[in-house]
Write a protein that binds this ligand. Structure first.
Ligand SMILES: *Cc1c(COP(=O)(O)O)cnc(C)c1O
Length: 489
């Protein structure tokens, strides 16, 4: 039996697969539709709600299954509009002041577009020297912002959680925390540390490390004396103090732990000093933020999120490790099929400093906006956010019936309404936040401080300005009145 010739089949398959390469006219058609979609989105954005409750929660997407046949771009964009870009939280809106707001700079989107279409492979210096140089240059720029040395190393990650994972894995290896040592290797932090650090400890195999939640002061900052005391007790009891995890901007209240004092303690006891600055780190660019972050330069590792403090769309965190050998030691590898890449060492390759091999060329989504806007615009926006938090704090204090227990260190304002007698404060504030969220013009979130249900206004979107804060305060007062007038147990 003779095998049939391959050529006709190949020609047939080639014809079919060529639709994956649209021609100029086809590209222009889809591109125009996408750009129009975005222009409409941006034009309407100031009037779009920050939160939209929709009962089916995007379920209509499932009625259009992934199928063999293509659909027209308008149909795809219609699905996107109704099923994805409408229900839930609208993080692009100025009124998003919940959790820690993200950004969504337009030029960052164009950076992603360029990176995706050209598809440079940014994992290795050998394959994309310019892309790797760009990412390392951005990391050196960030290191400069927080006062780290030139030769610190780092990695652009998908976010703060993965960045924390890299930092903790590095700290584990640098301090030789072997399996046998884990039950005795103590972690010092506060109850307000971000949960991604607990998660990172667990994923890095360190879930059995004892964790000490050090007491906080009235402003929810770690108390250095209590830290010192706990370390001494642990040493006396035969534990091995290993790492201090401090926060430079907690999610709950935006507190910055006393970094200089903590650094001194870390040095005295030879502990790894990690600073979670995922939210707060880039405030070092702002004149009023820099003094607040003093001491961060003494850390061994720092995490900061450009998708928070630099207004980049979701998907960009960063880790910086002061001692580059330690980062490389934990993450480098060798494989026979990578042998061509070994000679190119002028710039460290992201693949040698992170768990990733093939990766998104994340640098471009940050580089392009930094180049096109200039750093001064970011500095001003960050300074504005800090002052807006002071402004919101002052206005809330003037409103009397609102309690504001924490002076904002950065841009989170925490408060609650103190209802008149006969109302339960926690129930009242739960209903208040619900009413604000259902209203949808702005989005605020809540947390607990001890047993108290608290509301939070987190000001970080580049689109949030004084009018947004004024609107939020106006809505809060409206809702308070409505609740008091229509109260039912
Ligand atoms: C957001 C945040 C994280 C987690 O970072 P992701 O980018 O969401 O993964 C960690 N710590 C703090 C203080 C944060 O605000």
């Amino acid at each position: 039996m003779s095998t049939p010739p391959l050529e006709p089949t190949l020609r047939h398959l080639e014809n079919l697969s060529q639709t994956l390469e649209p021609n100029f006219a086809e590209r222009a058609l889809v591109q125009t539709a996408v750009e129009q979609y975005l222009q409409t989105f941006l034009t309407q954005l100031p009037t779009l709600p920050s939160y939209t409750a929709q009962p089916e929660m995007g379920g209509g997407l499932l009625e259009s299954p992934i199928a063999e046949e293509p659909v027209p771009v308008q149909e795809a964009l219609q699905l996107l509009k109704t099923q994805v870009d409408t229900p839930g939280l609208n993080p692009a809106s100025a009124g998003h002041m919940g959790y820690i707001p993200g950004g969504g700079l337009y030029y960052a989107g164009l950076g992603d577009y360029l990176a995706a279409v050209t598809n440079r492979y940014a994992g290795l210096f050998y394959s994309a020297p310019g892309a790797v140089r760009m990412e390392n240059m951005l990391l050196r720029w960030m290191a400069g912002i927080i006062g780290f040395p030139e030769d610190a190393a780092g990695n652009l990650t998908s976010g703060g959680s993965i960045a924390s994972l890299i930092a903790l894995a590095t700290a584990r290896d640098a301090h030789h925390i072997s399996a046998a040592l884990i039950p005795k290797a103590v972690v010092y932090t506060t109850a307000h540390a971000h949960h991604c650090l607990d998660k990172a400890l667990r994923i890095t195999g360190l879930g059995e490390c004892p964790v000490r939640h050090i007491a906080m002061d009235a402003q929810f900052r770690l108390q250095p004396d209590a830290l010192e005391e706990t370390i001494a007790q642990d040493k006396a009891a035969g534990f091995t103090p290993w790492i201090i995890i401090a926060s430079a901007g907690t999610t709950d209240v935006g507190a910055v732990d006393p970094l200089p004092q903590i650094a001194t303690i870390a040095q005295r006891h030879q502990l790894w000093f990690h600073v979670d600055a995922a939210y707060g780190g880039f405030f070092a660019l702002a004149p009023s933020g820099l003094p607040t972050l003093k001491g961060i330069e003494q850390a061994d590792s720092v995490v900061m999120d450009p998708h928070k403090g630099l207004f980049i769309p979701y998907g960009l965190g960063a880790v910086l490790i002061k001692n580059r050998q330690q980062l490389a030691h934990t993450h480098h590898y060798q494989a026979n099929y990578m042998q061509d890449t070994l000679s190119a060492t002028e710039e460290a390759s992201p693949a040698d400093l992170s768990p990733e091999l093939s990766k998104h060329f994340r640098g471009l989504r940050l580089w392009l906006p930094l180049k096109l806007h200039g750093v001064a615009a970011f500095r001003s926006a960050l300074e504005e956010k800090l002052l807006l938090a002071q402004y919101a704090y002052q206005r809330l204090q003037e409103l009397k019936s609102f309690e504001t227990p924490v002076v904002p260190a950065l841009s989170v304002v925490i408060f609650r309404y103190l209802p008149s007698e006969g109302f339960d404060a926690n129930t009242f504030n739960q209903r208040l936040i619900r009413a604000v969220q259902v209203d949808g013009r702005v989005f605020l979130s809540s947390t607990m401080l001890g047993n108290n249900f608290m509301l939070r206004m987190a000001i970080l979107s580049f689109r949030t300005h004084q009018t947004t804060v004024d609107l939020a305060l106006q809505i809060l007062q409206e809702k308070v009145l409505e609740l008091e007038e229509n109260w039912q147990e």
